[in-house]
Ligand binder design. Structure first.
Ligand code: SF4
Length: 424
């Protein structure tokens, strides 16, 4: 009988593939686990413990119903992922989980499962020795500290005994600290990179080689500067795999690049060594004052330069914007419209997102600004013409739910970097 089940979903697939690789490499037998995207299979299997990993946006989906059904059956529920890390009390008290994993999960999950197995899946004092957990012990809330895995490449990205693959996480952490983004506060401000030989070894398993990184052009760098030699070394090392018929997608889904890293030298590398002719960058706003306010570090001119370079080198620019940013005036929104129009006229694509106050970020308690009539009309018109993608419409509703959640259940986040600066 498999006592442990892993509730895979489309959204947590990549995270669990990496975690399962880490568990197995530490000696955990994955044969003891039921790993499935089918919730009914989990119900039928009657496991003693189920592992979940989810984002805050998912707590309004099927999650509460699943938790209820499993709790009725006396299953111990473990939550990881961004929501559990940023809001452990909400995860335990409101969502009904028994244990929240706080921080990077590779080691903590291994020790947790080993300990639970020994204690017949009961919460005992033994869990106090494991860094990276939040749970209740005799009615008292316990937090054992934030779990960090500085050298995450000690663990392979994929397991061997189970046939699962995903884009490989090649870089973890981000130094830019944008106030709306969870990555730096949960993964740290220092960029750490998986070594090239390991990336090559595991890339062999992919048909289309894709990677997870906050800024694909920053490979090999401490984060804020370009290390072109390191980037070139990685791309070069992947060439034999391309020659065997695999395609290399770099700086595009599921990753992107920072605008100021889009330069003739980085684009030339892609032309020589990669298959994508589409590149995703984050602009976020057309107003320098807003970019400063959200701690983006780059300016509008970096976005314009990046778009011009991409077009010159034959790349389709895909540019992300956030609309409804905190304290965004109609004038700021007009500047974003102007930049979007300019990008579209040049032949680029725009993706528009509505501001969402994500837990664990400095902007968690900030309120979105209403969209000006001009912005609403512009987005509607451009979407109808197929010039703008993105789900800002649905995100307005989601953003409202997040604001209510923050108003009612705000928690000081457990963070990689210590205290998260509050900006609102
Ligand atoms: S938005 Fe991108 S650049 Fe900014 S902190 Fe997040 S990952 Fe880093």
């Amino acid at each position: 009988m498999q006592e442990i089940a892993v509730r895979m979903t489309r959204r947590n697939h990549n995270a669990f593939v990496h975690l399962l690789g880490a568990l197995e490499s530490q000696g955990f037998d994955l044969g003891e686990m039921l790993i499935t995207k089918d919730f009914n299979e989990i119900l039928k299997a009657r496991p003693k413990v189920v592992l979940y990993s989810f984002f805050t946006e998912e707590i309004w989906g099927s999650l509460p119903q699943e938790v209820r059904l499993l709790k009725e059956r006396g299953v111990l529920l473990i939550a990881g992922g961004y929501h559990a890390i940023a809001m452990p009390k909400h995860t335990l008290d409101q969502l009904g989980f028994d244990i929240a994993v706080i921080g990077e999960g590779e080691e903590v999950l291994y020790h947790l499962l080993k300990t639970l197995k020994r204690t017949n899946y009961k919460i005992t004092r033994e869990l106090l020795n494991i860094t990276g957990l939040a749970f209740y012990l005799n009615g008292e809330f316990v937090f054992t500290g934030f779990s960090k895995v500085e050298d995450f490449w000690r663990f392979p990205p994929y397991p061997e005994s189970v046939r699962l693959i995903s884009p490989i996480e090649i870089t973890r952490g981000c130094p830019f600290g944008c106030y709306y983004c969870q990555t730096p506060y949960i993964k740290g401000l220092r960029m750490r990179h998986r070594p090239i030989d390991q990336i090559v070894k595991y890339s062999r398993r992919m048909k289309d080689m894709r990677y997870i990184t906050p800024n694909a052009f920053a490979y090999g760098s401490p984060g804020a500067i370009l290390k072109i030699n390191k980037l070139e070394a990685l791309l070069k090392a992947l060439q034999p795999l391309r020659k065997e018929g695999r395609r290399l997608f770099y700086g595009t889904f599921p990753s992107e690049v920072r605008p100021e890293f889009v330069l003739p030298e980085t684009l030339e590398l892609l032309i020589d060594y990669a298959d994508n002719r589409r590149l995703a960058i984050g602009a976020q706003s057309g107003d320098d004052a807003m970019l400063r306010a959200m701690h983006r570090i780059h300016k509008v001119e970096h976005v314009q330069k990046a778009v011009e370079y991409m077009l010159e080198y034959g790349f389709e620019p895909v540019v992300d914007f956030i609309v409804g940013l905190p304290n965004e005036t109609p004038e700021s929104q007009r500047k974003s419209i102007e930049l979007m129009e300019w990008i579209i006229k040049k032949g680029g694509k725009v993706r528009a997102h509505y501001f969402m106050p994500l837990p664990g970020t400095p902007w968690a308690r900030c309120k979105p600004s209403p969209l000006s009539e001009e912005m609403k009309k512009f987005l509607g018109r451009m979407a109808a013409k197929g010039k703008i993608e993105g789900s800002w419409g649905k995100q307005i509703e989601l953003s409202r739910k997040l604001q209510n959640l923050m108003d009612e259940f705000y928690e000081e986040p457990m963070s990689y970097i210590g205290t998260v600066r509050k900006v609102c």
